[in-house]
Design a protein around this ligand. Structure first.
Ligand SMILES: Cc1cc2nc3c(=O)[nH]c(=O)nc-3n(C[C@H](O)[C@H](O)[C@H](O)COP(=O)(O)OP(=O)(O)OC[C@H]3O[C@@H](n4cnc5c(N)ncnc54)[C@H](O)[C@@H]3O)c2cc1C
Length: 486
């Protein structure tokens, strides 16, 4: 489509000299063998690697894609990229929608998809997994042991999620995905392979727990505390939009008053860009309700008492829970997608204001978007307590309750460049007008590049120091995309 424009929008410099990518690729092929490298633009392997959840990113063409198997392969790659002074990108599940965060033009794409080893130790209850594949595969593996790991709420999302924190249905009980990290194997920007844990490189461990991927090195193995799983009482409730006030009140009350850590929700308001014709067929509210256990008691009573179009609540296994509302929904939602994030306390019914502002924008911008959604993601006190009890993460999350908002904008296919820029700017300005709560961190996993989430962390100065220690010559900062430390 218009890759150069997107790169300018993302505020990222144009790629390094065109010869650097091929030179790094040729060096990597010599060292790792041609079976781990693909530079054939017409091959299925190469084109599979260029599939991103933000389909606009599919257009960037790396000089080659490399499929490492282990930390040693990654180390060879990092050193070859450094020697050639090439650009590069690290791709796990490819769901970050920001330009050059996991895609690259004329450089080396490090596709982690062949790194899928996993293990479970019943004595320590620790689980290990390499960063390839998606959380659905990881859950399928550990469920054999009646265990799981804290990860994505949709099966198709990749492991980069955990480096940005990682909000799970289990988070109210156990904290974010990164809170369960116990040890990471990391290939540093120098190519050195190190262990990060509370005892070994503790500063690197701290920063990697929710401080974002793509910054301090390549994580090649996660060792995490696994969690027990059995049956869940879970499902979707779909409400007609005229119920919006009752549903938002129920969401607000859940954020403020729910104290049962086994109960988790996401509240999503969806709007299609098609005319509504006074039939309300262009909007719906989809609740995701998940209870870890067979009896949810009264936890969801405020939602189930509102009349629905559809109610799929039933007993489910964990793999079924992460495939709601339909299996492969992550893949099906590929398109010209962009995220933005907001953070709020529930005081003064802030959730009602956010919904009103968003809906007014949706009504007055018909035709400029294909799909919009506004997702309410509660951060209860039980979550922030669980995080603290495990040492705290890079956000050092202030006590809940508060909530993150995820704003999705999917633009229509084939939109012109000026129209694309204009609608992105207008959506950004609408979200800015809602404002954010002081003293709370923006969630990296849902943030747009221009929102600079790291700057909202109380730990920002410490993270800047850690970045200097592990990426002293700005190799990652200059050669791949990612969050700004400036
Ligand atoms: C449909 C959908 C559902 C989502 N659901 C959730 C959810 O339930 N909870 C939640 O918290 N977030 C969720 N997200 C947000 C998601 O966490 C982010 O998009 C995240 O970036 C996805 O990780 P990935 O591996 O799929 O993407 P990628 O784009 O491959 O990776 C994300 C970033 O991390 C870097 N990275 C990945 N792996 C490594 C590594 N091993 N070492 C160093 N850097 C690495 C990449 O370079 C990239 O910058 C969702 C997103 C989508 C699109």
């Amino acid at each position: 489509m218009f890759p150069l424009v997107l790169s300018i929008l993302a505020g990222i410099a144009a790629p390094a000299a065109a010869a650097a990518g091929p030179s790094a690729c040729s060096n990597i092929t010599t060292q790792l063998g041609s079976s781990k490298v693909s530079s054939n633009l017409l091959s299925q392997e190469y084109s599979n690697s260029l599939e991103y959840w933000n389909a606009l990113l599919d257009d960037y063409k790396p000089s080659c894609v490399v499929y490492p198997k282990n930390a040693q392969d990654v180390s060879v790659m990092v050193q070859a990229i450094r020697a050639a002074d090439s650009r590069f990108a690290i791709k796990a599940g490819g769901h970050n929608p920001n330009t050059f965060y996991s895609c690259v033009d004329n450089g080396v794409l490090l596709d982690l998809s062949d790194m899928t080893e996993k293990s479970y130790d019943p004595h320590t209850t620790l689980a290990t997994f390499q960063p390839g594949g998606v959380f659905g595969d990881i859950y399928d593996y550990f469920v054999k042991y009646n265990r799981t790991v804290v990860g994505a709420r949709l099966a198709g999302v990749g492991t980069g999620l955990a480096l940005g924190g990682g909000m799970s249905y289990l988070s109210p009980q156990y904290g974010l995905a990164c809170d369960s990290f116990r040890e990471l194997e990391i290939v540093l920007p120098s190519g050195e392979i190190v262990t990060a844990s509370e005892d070994s490189n503790p500063d690197l461990f701290f920063a990697s727990r929710g401080g974002g991927g793509n910054a301090y090195g390549v994580v090649t193995k996660y060792t995490v505390q696994s969690r027990p799983v059995g049956q869940f009482y879970a499902g979707n409730l779909i409400f007609p939009f005229p119920q919006k006030d009752k549903v938002i009140e129920a969401i607000g009350n859940f954020i403020k008053y729910n104290t049962d850590p086994k109960a988790a929700i996401i509240g999503t308001y969806e709007k299609l860009g098609t005319p509504d014709l006074n039939l309300n067929l262009d909007e719906a509210i989809i609740m995701f309700l998940v209870y870890d256990g067979e009896d949810s008691g009264d936890a969801f009573k405020n939602f189930t008492s509102i009349p629905t179009i559809l109610n799929t609540m039933s007993l489910k296994t964990y793999p079924e829970v992460v495939n709601m509302p339909i299996p492969l929904s992550t893949e099906l939602s590929r398109g010209a997608n962009m995220f933005r994030v907001g953070v709020h306390r529930p005081e003064n019914c802030s959730y009602e204001n956010a919904l009103d502002v968003w809906r007014n924008w949706a009504e007055s911008n018909k035709g400029r978007y294909e799909l919009l959604s506004l997702d309410f993601q509660p951060v209860p006190k039980s979550l922030t307590d669980a995080s603290k009890a495990q040492g705290g993460n890079a956000m050092q999350m202030p006590d809940g309750p508060w909530y993150w908002l995820n704003y999705l904008l999917t633009t229509p296919p084939g939109m012109s460049e000026p129209d694309y820029k204009a609608v992105q700017a207008s959506y950004r300005d609408m979200i800015k007008s809602v404002g954010n709560a002081e003293g709370l961190p923006l969630f990296i996993n849902d943030a747009n590049h221009d929102q600079n989430p790291l700057q909202t962390f109380s730990t920002f100065a410490k993270l800047q120091e850690i970045k200097k220690t592990y990426d002293p010559d700005n190799f990652f900062a200059d050669r791949t995309g990612g969050w700004s430390f400036a």
